[in-house]
Write a new protein. Structure first.
Length: 202
C-alpha cells in the first residue's frame, strides 16, 4: 500500500490523499486544522484540543463508530452516551461522518443513526439531523461536501443536501436541496411546511 502524501482540501486545509484510510490520529490532526481554519476564535491547536466540545464529540464518535462497525454495538452505544453527557452533542455511533467536519459550539446538536456527512461540513449549535420515519432503513439526511448548517436548523428525513449548500439558522428542511454547483445559494426557511422552500442568493 502506498504511503499517503500531503495535499490540500478545497478549504486549503492540509490533508492526505485518498490512497489509504487515515487513522484516528491523522483524522484528529485534520479536525484540529479544520477548526483553526474556520473559527477565528481558535488561537492554538492546544486550545482546540483542550476545550472544544465539537472536537471531543467527533473523536469519541470515531472510536464508537469503529466499535459499531466491528459488531460491538452495546459498547458503541455506551461510549456515545458518555460522549453526549460530556459534550451535550448526541451522535449515533452508526452515523457516517466525513473528514474535517467542524461542530461549532455544539450544544444541542443531534445526528441520527443513518445520517451521512461529507467532508468539510460545518454544523452550528442546536442542529438536528433527524428522521421522520419509524422504519429501520435510511431515515436521516445526507449532507454533501462543504455543507454549512446554521444554528437551530432541523434537517429531517432521508433527504439530500447538495454539496456547498448553506442552510440558514432555524430552518426546517424536509426536501432535497440541490444548489447546482452554486455555493452562493442559501436555504432560508423557518416553517415546517416547506412547499415554498426558498433558494435565495446571498
Amino acid at each position: 500500500m502506498r504511503a499517503p502524501s500531503d495535499s490540500l482540501s478545497a478549504a486549503g486545509i492540509p490533508t492526505m490523499t485518498e490512497t489509504v484510510r487515515p487513522g484516528l490520529l491523522a483524522r484528529v490532526r485534520e479536525d484540529v486544522l479544520a477548526v483553526r481554519a474556520r473559527d477565528p476564535a481558535a488561537r492554538s491547536a492546544f486550545e482546540v484540543l483542550a476545550i472544544y466540545p465539537g472536537l471531543h464529540a467527533l473523536i469519541l464518535h470515531r472510536v464508537a463508530n469503529g466499535l459499531w462497525r466491528r459488531g460491538w454495538r452495546f459498547a458503541a452505544r455506551l461510549l456515545a452516551g458518555l460522549a453526549r453527557g460530556l459534550t451535550q452533542i448526541d451522535i449515533h455511533p452508526a452515523a457516517t461522518i466525513g473528514r474535517r467536519v467542524f461542530i461549532d459550539h455544539g450544544c444541542g446538536v443531534v445526528i441520527g443513526e443513518t445520517a451521512e456527512l461529507g467532508d468539510d461540513v460545518t454544523l452550528y449549535q442546536g442542529v438536528t439531523l433527524g428522521g421522520t420515519s419509524l422504519s429501520r432503513g435510511k431515515r436521516h439526511p445526507t449532507l454533501g461536501d462543504g455543507v454549512t448548517v446554521g444554528a437551530g436548523a432541523k434537517v429531517l428525513g432521508a433527504i439530500e443536501i447538495g454539496a456547498g449548500a448553506r442552510v440558514g439558522a432555524n430552518s426546517v428542511v424536509i426536501r432535497d436541496v440541490n444548489v447546482d454547483g452554486r455555493p452562493d445559494l442559501a436555504v432560508l426557511h423557518s416553517r415546517i411546511d416547506v412547499r415554498d422552500l426558498l433558494l435565495c442568493s446571498q
